[in-house]
Design a binder for this molecule. Structure first.
Ligand code: BEZ
Length: 238
């Protein structure tokens, strides 16, 4: 491997890894990550650059949805390879000047990390040189209350994120944990959930014949209802 190639290679954190630790300056003051967020879910996300259009549309959407995430105990932390004064000026411009799709006077209250040295972006594999050597891609890390990475999604520079999906991921991960089940394709609260696969043929047969409110498509694929009220009663902050 060429030396210059080696220098730009960084380990990528993976699902199931503890979130890499860092201290940083943000628009809301210094943070110690993930320590300051223990006990909460947190979405750590990167955007390529301040004062760019896709990022602006995303920040406005995240800011408008912040309370919805907070209601399921999930905090937001943004990052880009820009300095703090750029962040402050951009967020002020968003609040004072931008009206977009019915969103206006939007105040971004969650922390935005300055990462001019790329230290954090490199630790999290947010710089993907094939896409850009100087800008972070649109990475999204979902971190649980114990500080463990539970889901990672990457989008390229040219594609804004789907925020309904980001919210669905948080709710689905929390519901899967709370009820000891797995979530099928496109799951949303109120949909049937997947019962963990039976450990043996005997258990599977029993299960397929059981009168419990379960539906088995085959021995390895059983679902059961999980009413929406039950999901929200566990997830929503009291
Ligand atoms: C944007 O957010 O609009 C953007 C940022 C970097 C490259 C391309 C688009």
């Amino acid at each position: 491997m060429e030396t210059n190639q080696k220098e730009t290679m960084h380990a990528m954190p993976r699902i199931g890894d503890p979130a890499p630790e860092f201290k940083a300056v943000t628009t809301q003051g210094p943070i110690n990550f993930p320590g300051d967020f223990k006990g909460d879910w947190v979405i750590l996300f990167s955007h390529p650059a301040d004062f760019t259009p896709v990022c602006t549309s995303e920040f406005m959407t995240f800011a408008v949805m912040e309370e919805k995430f907070a209601a399921v105990n999930c905090k937001l932390v943004g990052l880009s390879i820009d300095g703090i004064y750029s962040h402050i000026a951009w967020l002020r411009t968003i609040k004072e000047k931008i009206e977009y799709r019915g969103m206006k006077d939007v105040e971004v209250k969650f922390p935005l990390i300055e990462d001019i040295t790329m230290e954090v972006a490199n630790k999290y594999g947010m710089v993907q040189p094939g896409e850009s050597e100087t800008k972070a891609v649109r990475a999204v890390f979902f971190i649980d209350p114990k500080g463990v990475i539970r889901t990672i999604i990457y989008y390229p520079l040219s594609l804004g994120r789907n925020f309904d999906e980001l919210y669905r991921v948080v709710v689905a991960l929390q519901a899967a944990d709370a009820f000891g089940v797995a979530m099928p394709a496109d799951w949303r609260p109120g949909d049937d959930v997947i019962v963990p696969t039976a450990g043996s043929c005997g258990v599977a047969k029993e299960r397929m014949e059981s009168k419990e409110d379960m539906k088995c498509y085959d021995w390895f694929f059983c679902t059961k209802p999980l009413p929406e009220e039950k999901v929200w009663s566990k997830l929503k902050k009291k």
